[in-house]
Design a protein around this ligand. Structure first.
Ligand SMILES: Nc1ncnc2c1ncn2[C@@H]1O[C@H](COP(=O)(O)OP(=O)(O)OP(=O)(O)O)[C@@H](O)[C@H]1O
Ligand SMILES: [Mg+2]
Length: 361
């Protein structure tokens, strides 16, 4: 016996299926009317919010479920949709019945009647609590990392200061005392003894004097006191000269116009960046010449350290084969004084480190 299937039954079934899909979809659905009252809300969204349909539908304005700090953004979105149509997306927090918050992404469209007047919205609601949690954790981690690198820069500075003081005050003064003693001893020696050990004594005096110089240079590099008195250009010129003597790499420092004085922190940051860039040239670049060029414009002072060495792929983190901190610390130092850092390099084409700070910083 054939079963007759009437079209009414079929459309009832379709309607039931559609209703089931609306009510139990894996996302929330709701609509609000011209007075913003909730006209419909599916079961998924009701469950997420902890309300029954009787508590919300026809009774509450959806804006009341939006967390205070997102409410004006939500209201603005709905007003623009009503006025101009289209589809809007907004991330907001919704307030559950128990008062807890719920991160949601709403995609809202405005439905209009034949006369063009706004009738109601259609909104889908997606639960983005997990994504927001991950974003907030990533933000916390980034903040912690930044705090650690800031602390690292402070520690580096204070250790350099202590070491410089130790070198200058203890080692430097002891060396001066040894030098004095050697001169006193020389004066006390008879001509006969002097003839025998004089040259060795003179050697020792010269050695002590060279060591005093070296200690002064190292102490100066650790804590560049001349920076305060003479400014960046002279300090980096003198550091560059010592670097050239020590390493055999040619160093050229240029400043086409007078470089205005900056705050001490900004000058120290640029000096340290120059130091680290030169150290990198020595460690990695196999360069023969490095140029330190200052440039000044109405807003900023910049220092470019450009070498003619092997270069590296800047796209790869830390050159692809390093756990180094130098570039990271450069960035951190500039960040602390509102400056910016750019690295330009390609394998075989040299490297330029460009650090800029705002004038008046
Ligand atoms: N002037 C340069 N020439 C060629 N490669 C460079 C140059 N400067 C940096 N690099 C590359 O970038 C990487 C990262 O530099 P960074 O200063 O951060 O670390 P590092 O020098 O290896 O270690 P650290 O500075 O902590 O002692 C280097 O390991 C190197 O591969
Ligand atoms: Mg380095």
């Amino acid at each position: 016996m054939a079963i007759e299937c009437r079209s009414d039954d079929r459309s009832d079934r379709v309607a039931l299926d559609l209703n089931d899909l609306y009510e139990n979809a894996p996302c929330g659905y709701h609509s609000i009317g011209p007075d913003w009252a909730i006209l419909r809300m599916n079961r998924t969204e009701l469950d997420w919010l902890g309300f029954t349909a009787q508590e919300l539908v026809g009774k509450r304005n959806f804006a009341e479920l939006v967390a205070e700090r997102h409410r004006s953004a939500y209201e603005h979105t709905i007003q623009s949709l009503i006025a101009a149509g289209g589809i809007a997306e907004i991330e907001i927090e919704l307030i559950r019945k128990d008062g807890s918050m719920f991160h949601a992404l709403l995609r809202i469209a405005a439905v209009r009647g034949n006369d063009g007047a706004f009738v109601h919205t259609r909104a889908t609601v997606i639960d983005i609590t997990a994504r927001k949690g991950a974003e907030s954790e990533a933000r916390t981690r980034a903040e912690q990392l930044q705090a650690i690198s800031q602390r690292m820069v402070q520690l580096q500075e204070s250790e350099r200061r202590d070491l410089s003081a130790e070198l200058h005050d203890r080692l430097g003064q002891d060396l001066v005392a040894i030098n004095l003693n050697l001169h006193l001893i020389r004066e006390q020696l008879s001509a006969e003894v002097l003839a025998k050990i004089g040259p060795r004594l003179d050697d020792s005096v010269a050695l002590v004097e060279r060591t005093v110089e070296a200690v002064r240079d190292v102490a100066g590099a650790l804590r560049p006191l001349v920076l305060d008195d003479y400014g960046l250009v002279i300090t980096l010129k003198s550091y560059g000269e010592q670097f050239a003597v020590r390493t055999g790499v040619r160093v050229i420092v240029t400043a086409p116009q007078p470089v205005p004085r900056l705050q001490r922190e900004a000058e120290l940051a640029l000096f340290r960046i120059g130091q680290e860039a030169l150290t990198n040239v020595l460690k990695h670049a196999l360069a023969s010449t490095v140029r330190l060029a200052f440039a000044v414009d109405a807003d900023s002072v910049s220092l470019t350290v450009a070498d003619d060495g092997c270069g590296f792929d800047v796209q790869l983190p830390t050159g692809g084969h390093s756990q180094g901190l130098g570039l990271l610390i450069m960035q951190e130092r500039l960040h602390a004084v509102n400056g910016s850092l750019r690295i330009e390099s390609r394998p075989g084409a040299g490297t330029s480190v460009i650090a800029a700070v705002r004038r008046g910083s």
